[in-house]
Design a binder for this molecule. Structure first.
Ligand code: TRP
Length: 332
């Protein structure tokens, strides 16, 4: 298939219901960028099982994630959306990449170090090789651009290193991708622990706003959000709780943090919390309604995902065949 557009690839782990962090940090940017690129967006269920998942929840969360992609405005004219495990080529290429990735490289990954230290004595091998699977997700589609949160930058650098290594050995098999780390929204932090990213797997439920939270839950979580000592509303790294609330407002309204700080002169933390809760509620309302509409028609959603997987597999297979041939596998 001929295309003049550059290729953009990204995925989200359906380990939980998606959060406000996923929406502001990832989805909103995908929607903004989608017209300029040929896009592949997926829910990475293969990555999700690197930590234990409840099978039923995993399935529900996967469909919820993809319905949310559509509800956010991902347009099927620009983007192919699918479930990672529906496209076999992801695991097939991952195996090959595993053979060109070094133990030392994987051992240096911050996310692995964090997650494995929490996993105790039984660390799944998949948690260790996770970045090779992510590299496969990206390199299969010859991605030019990969929008990710700041915490994924190291994985993307590794992906580039693996691509360059294999290209040097076998010729130009892979496009070497560039990361795209959005300035605003890239790091929406945990409301209870604003030094940590707001994450789907946050240990404290109060720390994350889930995209299906009710207005009441949203209000409660923002009211209880950890703020900092003092009372003046300023935007600075030594006030991570306040900074986070301003960042959330900024990502929603498009106003700069400086403008927002000015508008809060003489006001108190409580005002900022309530306003942020209201803004988030308003922002999520139409999204929640649309997501439910997509989820109600399961047959149609499955249909979209099947077509997406077929289209993705076509592109992925082209890359996989080139790689198999380059390493010397007999053609099939
Ligand atoms: N590892 C990413 C995360 O946890 C998710 C991911 C998997 C991804 N494969 C990807 C992101 C490919 C971008 C491209 O956020």
């Amino acid at each position: 298939m001929k295309t003049t557009k550059k290729i953009m690839v990204s995925g989200i782990q359906p380990t939980h219901k998606l959060t406000l962090g996923n929406y502001l940090g990832a989805l909103k940017n995908w929607v903004k960028l989608q017209e300029e690129y040929q896009c592949y967006f997926f829910a990475v269920d293969l990555h999700a099982i690197t930590t234990r998942q409840d099978p039923k929840e995993l399935g529900n969360n996967t469909l919820f994630a993809l319905a949310t992609y559509l509800a956010s405005g991902i347009d099927l004219n620009h983007a192919t959306i699918f479930v990672q495990s529906h496209v076999r080529q992801h695991t097939e290429l991952a195996w090959v990449l595993n053979c060109f990735t070094y133990m030392g490289e994987l051992g240096r990954m911050t996310q692995y170090k964090d997650k494995s230290s929490r996993a105790g004595e039984t660390i799944p091998v998949g948690l260790f090789t996770y970045p090779a699977l992510m590299a496969s997700d990206i390199l299969l589609y010859q991605a030019d651009l990969v929008p990710v949160g700041a915490d994924q930058k190291q994985h993307l650098e590794l992906t580039r290193d693996i691509a360059i290594r294999i290209n040097n050995l076998y010729g130009p098999l892979f496009q070497v991708p560039e990361p795209y780390i959005p300035k605003i929204g890239a790091r929406i932090m945990d409301l209870q622990n604003p030094e940590d990213k707001m994450s789907k797997s946050s240990s404290n439920e109060m720390g994350a706003i889930y995209l299906n939270d009710s207005p009441k839950e949203i209000e409660k979580k923002f009211k209880k959000a950890v703020t900092d000592s003092g009372s003046e509303i300023t935007y600075s790294p030594d006030k991570p709780g306040i900074k986070n609330l301003i960042d959330i407002q900024s990502a929603i309204t498009g106003k700069t943090p400086e403008e927002l700080v000015l508008s809060y002169q003489g006001k108190m933390y409580g005002h900022l919390k309530i306003d942020t809760a209201n803004l988030v509620t308003e922002e999520l309302k139409p999204l929640q309604e649309k997501t439910q509409t997509y989820l109600k028609d399961k047959a149609e959603l499955q249909n979209i995902l099947r077509k997406g997987a077929e289209k993705a597999a076509e592109k992925a297979e082209t890359t996989l065949r080139k790689v198999y041939s380059a390493v010397g596998f007999v053609p099939y």
